[in-house]
Design a protein around this ligand. Structure first.
Ligand code: FES
Ligand SMILES: [Fe+2]
Length: 432
């Protein structure tokens, strides 16, 4: 349980709010690339409580501007893409991607004082199928060199899911290893590709269902919290999963691609009671199977809203709860998570929760976010704001799904694999 003040600290994301200031110190996804094709229409975007217009100019450069024109407030997302910028439909003022007013065509001389206009504009970057923006003060940091953003297009699936709740409770679901054995449990034995675990032919669904009570441990890292969950499989074997809370609003975990890659959920507030969950999963080894991608995308409609939601009671089928799934809500993990976290309330009232030992990672992540907020308030920078290329290797951001034997020191085991990944990267880097 935390106090009402602490809950507000972590959940309110508008300009000037503590968590809002924290989230603004990092690059944040603002749209999928597929939503803004070259030559396409501008988009009206709401992110962190701010209404903005996202567009590509006629040279393909991406801009993100305050949605209301600096003249008399007309909505710029309806504007014309031309002459190196976005032109307001009301009186033709033209803005470039930096928020400079290039033309005021109805004014004498095209607007003698137009250079005095400084329209709200945020820098954007496009990478890995995502358009990112930086909404914080000063110079933008480096975009973290995440492995999931650096995959060939056919090795990675990127989409998003609309959530009707605060961003924080949904991200806390990602760092809660125990819920896998309940919320996502399949009651029948599952044989599926891409659910592999290193060291066995068994899918992770079956291993998770076998053991409801993993031993948990956490480790604070420079990027967030590394979470170990270890399930005893008998005969000296253990199922080890390593997942990660990454500051300030994303998580990486073993997903549909098992030991061949991993999944990421990045929870970006629209406002304090709605958010977009940007979802990634990738395979290092091979292009993704179309059937796996289709299965993931089948959970959302063409506007990225969940097909199963509160309005249809997640299509819960109580008959299927006897033999197929724990929830009766089908096999899609996004649906299960949307139900569990959305139904906590628009903003979970954490003054009423009862934290237990298995919530260890959630407690650690909240403390780290509080530290980041305090760092900003003291005039510094929070952890994982990366400014130097040598800090941007991130090979120690490990995600594991391994059946192991004879290992007792999980942290040592993970450190060994991280060192191996780092050596691999150096060899690959030196060959390039
Ligand atoms: S309100 Fe946009 S140009 Fe006048
Ligand atoms: Fe989940």
């Amino acid at each position: 349980m935390i106090s009402r003040e602490e809950n507000e600290h972590l959940t309110q994301t508008g300009p000037g709010a503590p968590a809002g200031e924290l989230l603004r110190r990092y690059w944040q996804p603002v749209a999928l690339s597929e939503e803004l094709p070259v030559g396409g229409a501008p988009l009206a975007i709401k992110i962190l409580g701010e209404d903005l217009a996202l567009f590509r100019d006629d040279q393909g450069r991406i801009g993100l501007l305050g949605i209301h024109c600096s003249h008399r407030g007309t909505n710029l997302s309806y504007g014309r893409i031309e002459d190196g910028g976005l032109r307001c439909l009301y009186h033709g003022w033209l803005y470039d991607i930096h928020g400079r007013c290039l033309e005021q065509p109805g004014e004498p001389g095209g607007g003698m004082n137009r250079d005095a206009i400084c329209h709200l504009a945020y820098p954007c970057k496009e990478h890995g199928g995502i358009i990112f923006t930086y909404m914080g003060p000063g110079e933008a940091p480096l975009l973290p060199n995440y492995e999931f953003l650096n995959q060939p297009a056919d090795h990675c699936c990127v989409y998003k899911v609309y959530h009707e709740c605060n961003y924080l409770q949904a991200n806390e679901g990602n760092i809660d290893p125990v819920h896998l054995s309940f919320l996502h449990r399949f009651l029948e034995h599952k044989e599926e590709r891409y659910t592999g675990v290193r060291g066995t032919e068994e899918s992770h669904y079956n291993l998770i269902a076998k053991s409801e009570r993993p031993a948990l441990d956490v480790e604070i890292t420079d990027f967030g919290v590394r979470i170990y969950s270890v399930r005893n499989m008998g005969a000296g074997k253990s199922y080890l999963r390593v997942s990660n809370f990454i500051l300030p609003n994303l998580s990486a975990f073993p997903g549909q691609t098992g030991g061949e890659g991993y999944g990421v959920n990045w929870h970006v507030p629209i406002d304090d009671t709605h958010h977009w969950k940007y979802c990634f999963f990738f395979s290092r080894e091979a292009p993704l199977d179309k059937a796996v991608i289709d299965k993931a995308l089948a959970e959302v409609n063409e506007s990225y809203h969940p097909v199963r939601d509160e309005s249809n009671r997640f299509m819960q089928d109580r008959e299927s709860m006897k033999t197929q799934t724990y929830t009766g809500m089908g096999s899609g993990f996004q649906t299960h998570d949307a139900f569990a976290t959305g139904s906590q309330g628009a903003i979970q009232d954490r003054t009423q929760e009862n934290i237990v030992s298995s919530d260890i990672a959630i407690v650690a992540a909240r403390k780290l976010m509080e530290k980041g907020i305090r760092d900003i308030q003291a005039g510094g920078e929070p952890p994982h704001v990366i400014r130097k290329p040598e800090q941007n290797k991130l090979t120690h951001l490990l995600v594991l799904s391994d059946l192991v034997e004879g290992v007792s020191d999980w942290k040592e085991y993970a450190r060994g694999l991280a060192a191996e990944a780092s050596r691999r990267q150096q060899v690959t880097g030196s060959r390039q």
